[in-house]
Design a binder for this molecule. Structure first.
Ligand code: 5GP
Length: 148
């Protein structure tokens, strides 16, 4: 659920061995019952395209273009801002590489295909419906200048 505040206290060891108390304030919390969390836990099915340690990719249930794939990180991140601020470098690389791998697998990447659109909706004004970060990959045809 968004809008709840949580405070995380942790101990951090710095170079000079001094111990600092780290105070982290997060204004959002992740909803473990969102539909993509359930797909990740295999509680509901999906048409899987690709999976590795960092991402899961599957076809959108309501495709808007000839090809409409979703790529989601395995970690619990609400949106791209949450991911950018809190994911590890490994997770960030894993997601970007995962998008490219899926695009290749679907024959859409620039090296073997004609391209595609990668799009992430963020929060209310971005029109995000599922509060687990996901990239839409639209392709298989010209997708136009904008997606409505
Ligand atoms: P958003 O509007 O949050 O960016 O996109 C959410 C997407 O998730 C939509 O395109 C919607 O069709 C898709 N979606 C919602 N529920 C399911 C589901 O249960 N399975 C799959 N594969 N896609 C879903």
């Amino acid at each position: 659920m968004k809008g709840l505040g949580i405070i995380i206290l942790s101990l951090e060891l710095r170079k000079n061995n001094a111990i600092f108390l780290k105070l982290q304030l997060s204004l959002m919390t992740y909803d473990d019952n969102n539909i993509f969390a359930k797909i990740l836990r295999a509680e509901i099915p999906c048409k899987k395209i690709y999976e590795d340690d960092f991402v899961l990719s599957f076809h959108d249930i309501n495709p808007q273009k000839k090809i409409h794939a979703l790529v989601i990180p395995k970690g619990k991140y609400i949106d791209l801002d949450d991911f950018s601020a809190n994911a590890s470098a490994e997770e960030i690389v894993g997601l970007i590489k995962g998008i490219n791998y899926v695009a290749k697998k679907l024959g859409m990447s620039s090296d073997i295909g004609k391209g595609y659109r990668a799009l992430a909706n963020i929060n209310e004004y971005g029109g995000q419906e599922v509060p687990h970060l996901h990239f839409h990959l639209f392709g298989g045809e010209r997708v136009g200048k904008m997606v409505e």
